[in-house]
Design a binder for this molecule. Structure first.
Ligand SMILES: Cc1cc2nc3c(=O)[nH]c(=O)nc-3n(C[C@H](O)[C@H](O)[C@H](O)COP(=O)(O)OP(=O)(O)OC[C@H]3O[C@@H](n4cnc5c(N)ncnc54)[C@H](O)[C@@H]3O)c2cc1C
Length: 391
């Protein structure tokens, strides 16, 4: 027997969960969220974000972000590849270092309370297309679920819509993540160390202070710096190399005890795409629509905000009782324009420019390594200052 829902959401990440919550805010529609992992939030997807009043009010409750914050700072220090130069920047807003599991648990709790059905261990492998209409999904165990509208929030690793001839942005980059104690921090700074790009690929090590003596660290390759399969590369050796070359970083980690350390090759959504309604009755949201920029962006906030918007739009379309009419060419264009006018979409467009500028400035610094300091002062330091409001 096929189960029938009003709206199906594929993927219980920040985008999909937020969409489900906003639908329920303005309707009593029957929603199904399908997640391929055994539990929601199993794979950690970030621990830093900026306070967002709108999301706190609409998805959580006043004071929530403070509750899940383990540390906060407005101060950044960017070290040049030679570490002879650094730029200190005070951002206009605080960057919060939060507990990912608490964030996702709260979104899940909200869905439990509003009666949304969430099914885990359900990997969507196909969309049902019948009589010229996308009308449901098939999961790996063979179950079919039918629905009037489908929101795809399945991230950027392997989006299901790619199977249907729609390209979505993805940049794969190798990441080393570690958490360490007994760190010699120099104040409450988020510190970013740039690699010289000579012996190891151009990358940035970001240290997020969690307490006075502990940090979580990401080593993130600059997306787009080189395109190849990273799975066989030894990212840990790059980490050792950058530490040896970098006296400041070495000093910080002199007595460090590692709590965990792993390397992986991760897909990041690239720049935001214009058309998030690639097929009739199907919406893309979150990383699969590029609502994230790996350099300087805040994927969590932007994915949750876009999720919220797309959820509201879906609830309105469904409740209007004129689903089909919304997807005629003229109406669909209106819908897309409406999405592009939202403050969050406009913010994402600006973010793209900032990220591209930063990346270009970074590569200008690296093109003549022997003059790195001179170039740092002329290209990268001013660009970082301009981008400060986005960090
Ligand atoms: C290591 C790392 C660190 C990051 N750090 C930060 C940070 O500090 N701050 C920040 O703001 N952002 C950060 N990001 C980015 C942030 O995690 C993403 O922008 C955000 O998670 C995107 O949300 P999403 O819901 O679109 O996608 P995802 O979080 O990828 O969620 C997609 C969900 O869909 C599920 N899924 C996929 N395919 C299927 C399928 N076929 N069927 C059913 N379910 C499926 C997945 O299991 C997953 O749960 C980081 C990302 C990574 C990987």
């Amino acid at each position: 027997m096929k189960e029938k829902y009003d709206i199906i959401i594929v993927g219980a990440g920040p985008a999909g969960l937020s969409a489900a919550i906003s639908i329920k805010k303005i309707s009593d529609l029957n929603i199904l969220v399908l997640e391929k992992q055994a539990n929601i939030g199993e794979r950690k997807g970030g621990e830093t974000l900026k306070y967002d009043k709108f999301l706190e009010k609409n998805l959580f409750y006043p004071g929530f972000f403070k509750e899940i914050t383990v540390n906060a700072t407005k101060n950044y220090r960017f070290h040049s590849p030679s570490t002879k130069h650094f730029s200190e920047i005070e951002s206009t807003e605080e960057r919060l270092i939060i507990n990912w599991h608490k964030l996702i648990d709260e979104l899940g709790k909200n869905l439990n309370q509003n009666g949304t059905t969430v099914k885990c261990n359900k990997e969507v492998v196909e969309l049902i297309f019948k009589d010229n209409v996308y009308s449901g999904v098939v999961v790996a165990d063979g179950t079919n679920y039918k629905s009037d509208l489908i929101i795809l929030a399945d991230g950027c690793k392997n989006p299901i819509i790619n199977k249907y001839g729609v390209n979505t942005p993805v940049d794969v980059c190798p990441v080393l993540t570690l958490k360490a104690h007994n760190i010699n921090l120099d104040g409450n700074y988020i510190e970013l160390f740039f690699s010289n790009g000579v012996d190891i690929p151009p990358a940035v090590v970001a240290m997020f202070p969690r307490s006075e003596t502990s940090v979580s660290t990401d080593y993130v390759q600059f997306v787009g710096s080189f395109k190849k399969d990273y799975s066989s590369l030894d990212i840990k050796s790059w980490w050792k190399k950058i530490r040896i070359d970098n006296p400041v970083l070495s000093e910080r980690f002199k007595n460090a005890e590692l709590e965990y350390c792993f390397t992986t090759s991760l897909p990041f959504g690239g720049p935001v795409i214009e058309n998030i309604i690639p097929k009739e009755r199907i919406f893309l949201v979150g990383n699969n629509a590029g609502h994230n920029e790996a350099t300087g962006g805040s994927g969590l906030i932007t994915s949750m905000k876009m999720g919220y918007e797309i959820g509201l739009i879906n609830a309105e379309i469904h409740s209007s009782g004129k689903i089909e009419g919304n997807f005629s060419p003229g109406s669909k264009n209106q819908l897309i324009k409406r999405i592009q006018r939202t403050p969050i979409f406009r913010h994402l467009k600006k973010l793209k420019t900032v990220a591209v500028n930063l990346r270009n400035a970074f590569f200008k610094v690296l093109d003549t390594p022997e003059k790195v300091d001179e170039k740092w002062d002329s290209f990268l330091a001013p660009t970082l200052k301009n981008a400060a409001e986005f960090f």
